[in-house]
Write a protein that binds this ligand. Structure first.
Ligand code: NAP
Length: 309
C-alpha cells in the first residue's frame, strides 16, 4: 500500500511536539503539506490557509487538524467535502452539535473521521480497563492539576468561549475515565472557578455518580506549581487502582503493575491508518458531553484575574 498522503493544519505546540515526530516515524503516512498562518516547516509544502492547501495539494488523502477546537468544525467540514479523511485533535469540537454534524458529513463523504483522545492511548489505560471490568466500583477520585503557564504559554484561545480553560487538560482525564469505568456516570454538581478577566474556568470541582450510586469526584486546576498531578484513583471491592502520570503508570494497592514508555501519538496514527484501511470512523463524544454538562449544570464562582506573566 502506498503511504497515506497527509496534510497538517495549525503548526502549534502539539503539532510540533507530537504530530510531526509521530508522522515522521510512521511509514503508513507521508507528510506532504502544512497549513498554518504564522508558521512553516522546512522541506514540506506550506500554505497560509487550509483552503490554499486543499487547492495546492490535491493529492492529499487525509488532513490532521491541530488547531483550537472553535475553528475545527468549519475546517473538518471543508476537508470532508473535498473527499479527504480527517483526524481531529481533542476536544473534537467546541460543541456536541458540531461533532454530530461531522459524523454525518463523514458518512455522506464516505471518508474516515477520527476524533482522537490521546490520553486513552497512554500505556496504563487498556490494562486498567481490563482490571476494572470485573470489579465493583466503590469510589473514584480524579486529580488533574497542572501549571497553565508551563504547558500552555501564550494560548489566548484557551480563555475564550469554546476554549474550555482548565477543561482543555481536564477532558483528558474524562477521556480516560469514560474509557476505563465499566458503567456510565452522570454529573450531579459542579463548581467552575472563572477568573474575572476571562471567559473560561481556571479550576473546577466536579461531582458525578454512576448508576449504582458510586461517587466520582474530580478536581481540575490550572495553577498547580511544583509537582504536577495527573492521577486517577478507583476504589473497588478488590482494592485500589491508581493511574498516575496521565495514565502512564498503573498501580494496584500502591504496587506498580504496569509502566511503559509513552507512545500516545504513534498509537493514534497507527489507529488512524487502521480506520482508513477499514473505511470506518471512530468518534466518541462521551468526554465532551461531560464537559458540556459541567457548563450546563456548574455553579460559577468568579475568582481573581489571571495574568500570564
Ligand atoms: P497552539 O500551540 O495554540 O497551536 C494551535 C495552532 O493552530 C496555532 O499555532 C495556530 O497556528 C493555529 N490557530 C490558532 N488559532 C487559529 C484560528 N483561529 N484559526 C486557524 N488556526 C488557528 O495550541 P496547541 O496546544 O497545539 O493545541 C491545539 C489543539 O491540540 C487543542 O485542541 C489542544 O487541546 C490539543 N492538544 C494540545 C496539547 C498540548 O500539550 N499543548 C496536548 C494534546 C492536545 P497559525 O497561527 O500558524 O495558524
Amino acid at each position: 500500500m502506498p503511504p497515506i498522503k497527509i496534510g497538517l493544519v495549525g503548526l502549534g505546540k502539539i503539532a510540533r511536539d507530537q504530530h510531526l515526530p509521530a508522522l515522521g516515524n510512521n511509514p503508513d503516512f507521508e507528510l506532504v503539506a502544512v497549513a498554518s498562518r504564522n508558521a512553516s516547516l522546512e522541506g514540506v509544502a506550506d500554505f497560509a490557509s487550509l483552503e490554499a492547501m486543499l487547492d495546492g495539494a490535491p493529492e492529499l488523502d487525509a488532513v490532521a487538524l491541530c488547531t483550537p477546537p472553535t475553528v475545527r468544525h468549519a475546517q473538518a467540514r471543508l476537508v470532508l467535502a473535498r473527499g479527504k479523511h480527517v483526524l481531529l485533535e481533542k476536544p473534537p469540537g467546541a460543541t456536541l452539535s458540531e461533532v454530530e454534524d461531522l459524523t454525518r458529513q463523514a458518512e455522506v463523504a464516505g471518508r474516515t473521521l477520527f476524533a482522537t483522545w490521546h490520553s486513552r492511548h497512554a500505556p496504563g489505560v487498556a490494562p486498567a480497563r481490563e482490571w476494572l471490568a470485573a470489579r465493583e466500583i466503590q469510589r473514584v477520585e480524579i486529580q488533574w492539576k497542572e501549571d497553565v503557564r508551563v504547558w500552555h504559554p501564550g494560548q489566548e484561545w484557551l480563555w475564550e468561549p469554546g476554549g474550555m480553560g482548565v477543561f482543555d487538560p481536564g477532558i483528558n482525564a474524562l477521556s480516560i475515565v469514560t474509557g476505563i469505568l465499566p458503567n456510565a456516570f452522570f454529573l450531579r454538581e459542579a463548581t467552575l472557578f472563572v477568573p474575572e478577566n476571562r471567559q473560561a474556568p481556571i479550576a473546577a470541582n466536579l461531582a458525578f455518580s454512576d448508576a449504582a450510586g458510586a461517587p466520582i469526584e474530580a478536581e481540575f486546576d490550572f495553577l498547580q506549581s511544583g509537582p504536577q498531578t495527573w492521577d486517577i484513583h478507583v476504589d473497588t471491592d478488590a482494592g485500589r487502582l491508581t493511574l498516575s502520570k496521565g495514565g502512564s503508570q498503573l498501580f494496584i494497592d500502591g504496587r506498580l503493575e504496569h509502566e511503559a514508555p509513552e507512545q500516545e501519538y504513534p498509537s493514534l496514527y497507527t489507529r488512524f491508518a487502521e480506520l482508513i484501511g477499514e473505511s470506518r470512523s471512530e468518534v466518541d463524544v462521551a468526554p465532551l458531553r461531560h464537559v458540556a454538562d459541567a457548563f450546563l449544570l456548574g455553579r460559577r464562582e468568579v475568582v481573581e484575574a489571571f495574568v500570564e506573566t
